[in-house]
Design a protein around this ligand. Structure first.
Ligand code: UPG
Ligand code: MN
Length: 750
């Protein structure tokens, strides 16, 4: 019986497909008309033209970029699919399950508080999976003693926490979340024994937390002058489970390993991708599980069943051979109902990934995925392998090379004491020099199979490896978004963090876009055109800066100079523009509403798209170009996961916090001022001349920008709190707009 029932189902959403394709068709026709209208202007004789060429060309270029983005984005709308799984149909015998290594990365104990990181560790240890098949590795790029101390404390607490979760079938397996959730308050509250035990565990948790916090305070003082500030430290690997204690242990515990790789200023450490590659090697010689779960340090497991859910796919012989990973969405515990910054990155996880799942599979999303080890090694482990080739690719460690053999038994399986025998080897594997003369992270395409691990080419290592090393090589992925969030993380909830993160993503994506791995060039020979288009839209996201800057400045400048850029309202061609404008807005609104959103969420998404477009996408593209020219170096500044009360409060109340750098504020405020001036001038002009048709489109555009960006006007003129836009910024931006207007008007005259 067991075998006849499917482990998972895939539903194609027919209704969405019909709506989406009809919309694509109609919008396409309208865009064709638009292009025809703009292009025919160029064939007019110069003398008969009523509009100067330059602004016309700029706006046309902006429209072309927008149309291109829209077109490649249709890939996501072509065939969205939704999946369900039936973990209860998996084999009952624990022995049949493959082992899983969990990789958790942390980098900076100041930005990533140790107690939170340990909560993630504890939640991963408490996954509903045979404990002897679960191995949890924490990579500590900060090399901070507090993290190691924290792990030892966490392990002690896990001895009580894991049995408690198991005994009572606790769903919220992250202790911090559990003790502040309703599951704690109400579940099973009738049973005295349960309540008593729960109280005891809570006390133990509090004590654990206290110890870690105290150690952190002490550690901060010690670390101040030590290695952590220089970013250099030797490698340190420690297996936390004390050997010999196992017999006395009441419950079996998953293996817990601390890994801090060596860091030297002379060696580029390649940020998270570098950390993950070290984890791959170290775990390779210790547990060598065929599957891995990758987690950011702030992404805790919110449900014990994700591993079994993922296995529903990895167990299916029909799709398993080509399946690289199962991706769960990133979901967050700190979101406000009025998510003004779109911290949820809503469209990605609620719309786009379903679309890709119907083509080739979702993009690897950095965290929350169960991936096959073999897919990351870039070779088929079954085949006979040449030793020299292997050393050239994987480095010199014989122990590690042994782990590549299909018949290899990991040191854990064969019962040998991993901590004493293998630790010297793991130190070598975690050293800076190990990757010299190897293919780890290498993006060269000299020989198709010669790339190993996570790629170093881009700051969005997740996107890049998913594209280049997995999907382009024929691997597939699936997207699973069950109604109960399986993982919950901390999202950026203030403007400064959001834009800093956005700039990093923008730079990473633009890096890929302008490289030889640009999805539209590198993709189509290796995967379907539609899937390449999906990847291309993401990679091109940063270039939204161009149309957004054009549309926030050129029509306004022209308006102030009495130059019309769009057809008059009485001209039938005006309706092409109106149709395109309204059709894109309403399609966006439809998608938001269909996925459970509201008009307010739609407004928030429009606004944050504009804000990011003129700031971080612009700077991201700039960074990518600079680093391509060798003028600057990439940097990965981890986001802040410690809460700032004042900023968090503002976010929860839906109020923008403008405490960010001039670099981000100046463009926002300048463009807003420019649009205020243009709008009022335009209205005045309409009233005075009585001719409202000629400039209607331009006035409407400014009006739209102003109502969507009203929060900025409020920040400048209405608010008095510390999160407002400082008056000095308003003055600076006014000066900038005057300069822009004067220079622009001079250029327009020629
Ligand atoms: O040198 C570094 C820098 C970062 N990290 C870790 O990488 C993770 C992600 O960093 P975070 O600061 O949270 O960045 P986000 O922008 O929130 O991360 C998103 O974007 C990254 C790519 O830019 C992906 O790797 C992440 O999975 C994705 O959640 C965290 O666990 C960090 O500790 C390291 O291990 N080493
Ligand atoms: Mn993060």
């Amino acid at each position: 019986m067991e075998n006849s029932l499917p482990l998972h189902l895939c539903h194609v959403h027919k209704f969405s497909i019909i709506i989406n394709r009809t919309y694509t068709f109609l919008h396409c026709i309208a865009i064709a008309f638009l292009i025809y209208y703009r292009a025919s202007f160029l064939y007019q004789e110069a003398k008969t033209r009523t509009t100067p060429l330059l602004p016309w060309l700029l706006v046309f270029a902006g429209e072309l970029v927008l149309s291109f983005m829209w077109l490649v984005g249709q890939a996501y709308r072509w065939r969205p699919v939704y999946r369900t799984v039936f973990p209860e149909r998996l084999p009952e015998d624990d022995n049949k399950f493959p082992a899983i290594d969990v990789f958790i990365c942390t980098a900076d104990p100041k930005k990533e508080p140790t107690v939170e990181v340990m909560n993630t560790v504890l939640s991963a240890m408490a996954l509903d999976y045979p404990p002897e098949k679960l191995h949890v590795y924490l990579s500590d790029d900060g090399g901070a003693s507090i993290t190691l101390t924290g792990m030892k404390e966490a392990f002690k607490f896990a001895r009580s926490w894991l049995p408690f979760c198991k005994k009572y079938g606790i769903k919220t397996i992250c202790p911090k979340a559990y003790f502040s959730s309703s599951e704690y308050q109400y579940a099973d509250s009738g049973r005295a024994e349960f309540m008593e035990e729960k109280q005891k565990i809570k006390e133990k948790y509090e004590a654990f937390k206290e110890r870690v916090l105290r150690a952190a305070e002490k550690g901060q003082a010690e670390d101040k002058n030590a290695q952590i500030s220089t970013g250099a430290h030797p490698s340190l690997i420690e297996v936390i489970n004390e050997k010999g204690n196992e017999a006395t242990e009441q419950v079996k515990m998953p293996l817990l390993v601390y890994v801090s790789r060596e860091k030297r200023p002379s060696h580029s450490h390649h940020f998270k991708a570098g950390a993950l590659n070290v984890l791959l090697r170290v775990s390779g010689v210790i547990s060598n599980s065929p599957y891995m779960l990758v987690l950011d340090c702030d992404m805790y497991c919110n449900d014990p069943t994700s591993a079994r859910q993922a296995m529903c796919f990895h167990f299916d012989p029909k799709i398993s051979p080509s399946l690289a990973f199962v991706q769960f969405p990133q979901t967050f515990h700190n979101l406000s109902k009025n998510d003004i910054y779109d911290s949820e990155i809503r469209s990605i996880f609620r719309i786009l990934w379903y679309g890709l799942d119907g083509l080739k599979g979702p993009v690897l999303s950095g965290t929350n995925f169960y991936i096959k080890r073999e897919a990351l090694y870039g070779i088929s482990l079954q085949k006979g392998l040449d030793l020299i080739e292997l050393k050239n690719s994987f480095g010199q460690s014989n122990e590690f090379l042994k782990s590549l053999r299909a018949d290899h038994k990991s040191s854990i399986d064969d019962g040998s004491d991993s901590s004493s025998k293998l630790l010297p080897e793991t130190k070598v594997l975690a050293s800076c020099a190990y990757e010299d003369n190897s293919k780890w992270g290498d993006e060269a395409i000299t020989w198709l199979w010669l790339q190993v691990g996570f790629m170093y080419h881009s700051l969005v290592e997740d996107y890049f490896i998913g594209f280049k090393s997995l999907h382009c090589k024929g691997w597939k992925s699936v997207y699973l978004n069950p109604s109960r969030p399986q993982f919950l993380g901390t999202s950026t909830t203030n403007l400064n963090d959001l834009l800093t993160q956005g700039t990093r993503w923008g730079a990473g994506l633009a890096e890929v876009l302008i490289s030889k791995f640009s999805p539209l060039i590198y993709g189509p020979p290796r995967m379907s055109l539609l899937a390449s288009m999906g990847y291309a839209e993401l990679a091109s996201f940063p270039i939204y800066f161009f149309p957004l800057w054009c549309f926030a400045t050129i029509p306004q400048l022209c308006l102030l100079n009495g130059i019309s850029l769009f057809p008059e309202v009485s001209d039938s061609k005006f309706y092409i523009f109106l149709f395109i404008f309204l059709s894109s807005l309403s399609k966006h609104l439809y998608e938001v509403l269909k996925t459970g959103g509201s008009i307010r969420i739609w407004r928030n998404e429009q606004r944050i798209w504009m804000i990011k477009g003129v700031t971080c996408y612009f700077y991201g593209t700039l960074n990518a170009i600079m680093s391509k020219l060798g003028l600057s170096e990439a940097s990965f500044v981890p986001t802040n996961k410690a809460d700032d009360d004042e900023q968090a409060k503002r976010y929860l109340m839906g109020i923008f916090d403008f405490q960010t750098s001039t670099m981000f504020l100046a463009p926002l405020v300048t463009l807003t001022i420019l649009n205020i001036v243009a709008f009022f001038w335009g209205v005045l002009r309409m009233i005075i001349t009585g001719d409202w048709e000629k400039m209607f489109a331009q006035v409407l555009l400014s009006f739209y920008i102003l109502i969507i960006g009203y929060a900025i006007i409020e920040g400048m003129f209405v608010r008095k709190d510390t999160g407002r836009i400082p008056p000095s910024m308003t003055i600076l931006s006014t000066i900038l707009s005057v300069i822009f207007l004067s220079l622009g008007s001079i250029v327009l005259m020629y």
